[in-house]
Design a protein around this ligand. Structure first.
Ligand SMILES: [Zn+2]
Length: 245
């Protein structure tokens, strides 16, 4: 017994107990070439939704943006203050169904979940960043998600405005219009986990990419630099949120 106690104390000396840093989960929407999951189980993730007039696919832009966002979060987290971690649900061109994405997000140290998307279908001149959250009637964290999403859309749009000065934050919308009123299947899968019912979560629709003006200003030349500006604002917001909560 004494031996084990000694070993324990020795381990504490060599590996001092540290608080586990909170983790920001970033989910790059879509990916791969096939639908993942099934409609029956409400786990189906489409490989791609939006596309630019020039043929750029949302699934590639979400991954590019998320990889840069990860770097920016780590950069922001390295500044003075408590540690913050970041985890992407995918780092390559593959699709994961919503059961898998929710399982990756469901960690004891998860601080928040953001699924990155690019929007389409608002009309050819639509502009604006927005957050999508689960509708109030099935969302125990509705108020929290709303506050989180509102600030997130505003932060994202501050970065977008550097290249599209007329773009505005569209704030928060809910998923009540999706799947005949059932809402987003990703939220459905996340809300099955106690931990994920409690943490703030939303989709971030960065900008409307079927608008030719957006493609020209944001996605043609120097995309990495422009994504880094936007991701920098998003990272500042997320790390600030986690540190304050
Ligand atoms: Zn999408």
């Amino acid at each position: 017994m004494r031996f084990f106690c000694l070993c324990f104390l020795l381990c504490l000396f060599v590996f001092p107990l540290q608080a586990v840093p909170p983790v920001i989960i970033i989910d790059p929407g879509h990916g791969g070439s096939k639908v993942a999951g099934s409609l029956d189980q409400r786990s189906n993730s489409s490989p791609n939704n939006a596309q630019t007039p020039g043929g750029l696919k949302e699934k590639n832009l979400t991954l590019e943006f998320s990889l840069i966002l990860k770097e920016e979060i780590l950069k922001e987290a390295a500044k003075a203050g408590p540690q913050v971690g970041v985890l992407l649900t995918r780092e390559e061109d593959r699709n994961l169904d919503f059961v898998q994405r929710a399982a990756i997000a469901n960690r004891p140290d998860t601080a928040c979940v953001v699924s990155i998307h690019f929007n389409a279908g608002g009309g050819k001149s639509a502009l604006g960043s927005l957050a999508l959250i689960a509708a109030e009637k099935r969302n125990p964290s509705y108020q929290l998600d709303h506050r989180f999403g509102k600030g997130l859309a505003e932060a994202c749009n501050r970065g977008v405005q550097a290249y599209l000065p007329n773009s505005k934050s569209r704030g928060v919308i809910t998923d009540g219009h999706l799947h005949g009123g059932l809402g987003s299947n990703f939220f459905f899968q996340m809300l099955r986990h106690k931990k994920l019912r409690e943490v703030p979560k939303c989709f971030l629709e960065v900008e409307f990419i079927d608008n030719p003006e957006v493609e020209k200003a944001l996605l043609k030349s120097e995309r990495e630099k422009k994504f880094r500006t936007i991701a920098g604002e998003v990272a500042k917001y997320l790390v600030g949120w986690v540190r304050e909560s």
